[in-house]
Design a protein around this ligand. Structure first.
Ligand SMILES: Nc1ncnc2c1ncn2[C@@H]1O[C@H](COP(=O)(O)OP(=O)(O)OP(=O)(O)O)[C@@H](O)[C@H]1O
Ligand SMILES: [Mg+2]
Length: 282
């Protein structure tokens, strides 16, 4: 059930009246469950849940072109939704709106690899937890369904301004660095999700990890950087990346990430030398 967030260890200490009240509230709330009902699980508990909970319901997602499934999972205590993405297309050549792409790949494996990269960069609080799982006979990525109120496309359409522009920009600058590092060729506006408190989430990396060593318009996209993120980027180690993404990234894909990392770091170091640290880092 979605109200399972109330059933933590501390609830054992509730007196009986509190327990009954909580149970009643849970029953009343259930049909209207919203983001605030998010269970308070650790990242490891979420991974375990995604890997082992039973699928109790399945429907097609309302957005996206690849027809992902929105699944409801339950382990008997916690019930929560997850997005299942099984795509794994490899073609020597593909005709896309952006032009012809050679060695085209669109793969669920990159969702898992992007989450691994985000973990190495200390940015995994901006992505849903992604795991690999077999569902209904097919292997794909499964991600924890996020408590979001809209995506970036809807925000722009409705011309909504975040209440704290600086906090918003500081999140976006981090997303831009990640997008450059993983070289996402499809970072469309439905892949940036926004929570009720204006927290930004980045999803869907199935067309990332291109083999290019080049950045995409760094003059526009890389202007400011979070201090800690820059330190993490500098410390990113090819062996650690290889180990953490084995089965999901090829040697060539890891090599390209490291080459882009070098360029991102060099770009910020150049900017710092020109403008001073305070103008670039935050
Ligand atoms: N973890 C999640 N939490 C909340 N919503 C999600 C999550 N994953 C996917 N979605 C929703 O489902 C939609 C489709 O998922 P996703 O972007 O992974 O697939 P897609 O079909 O490849 O999309 P695209 O059209 O960008 O290629 C997203 O745009 C988003 O609205
Ligand atoms: Mg998408």
């Amino acid at each position: 059930m979605r109200c399972s967030g109330g059933f933590s260890m501390s609830s054992l200490h509730l007196r009986w009246r509190g327990v009954i009240l909580a149970a009643l509230l849970c029953l009343i709330c259930q049909p209207f469950a919203v983001a605030s009902d998010e269970p308070t699980l650790t990242k490891e508990q979420i991974k375990q849940f995604l890997l082992t909970a039973q699928v109790v319901h399945s429907q097609e997602a309302q957005k996206g072109v690849t027809h992902t499934l929105r699944l409801t999972l339950s382990d008997g205590t916690v019930t929560h939704d997850a997005s299942f993405q099984p795509i794994d297309i490899h073609k020597p050549m593909a005709q896309l709106a952006s032009g012809t792409e050679l060695h085209f790949v669109d793969s669920y494996k990159y969702n898992i690899a992007a989450y691994a990269v985000a973990e190495l960069l200390g940015m995994d609080d901006m992505l849903p937890v992604y795991v690999e799982r077999k569902c209904e006979g097919t292997i794909g990525s499964l991600s924890w369904w996020l408590p979001v109120k809209m995506d970036e496309g809807e925000r722009l359409k409705q011309k909504l301004e975040p209440p704290d522009g600086e906090a918003w920009n500081n999140q976006m600058y981090k997303i831009r660095v990640l997008d450059q590092l993983v070289s996402d060729s499809d970072p469309n506006l439905t892949n940036v999700l926004i929570s009720a408190n204006w927290k930004i989430w980045r999803i869907d990396f199935t067309r990332a990890f291109r083999l290019t060593n080049d950045l995409n318009d760094p003059n526009k996209n890389l202007v400011h950087c979070d201090r800690q993120l820059l330190e993490k980027l500098k410390a990113l180690d090819a062996n650690a990346l290889t180990e953490k993404t084995k089965n999901y990234l090829t040697k060539a894909e890891v090599k390209a990430v490291m080459a882009r990392r070098d360029k991102i770091v060099a770009r910020f170091q150049k900017l710092i030398a020109e403008k001073g640290e305070k103008e670039v880092l935050y």
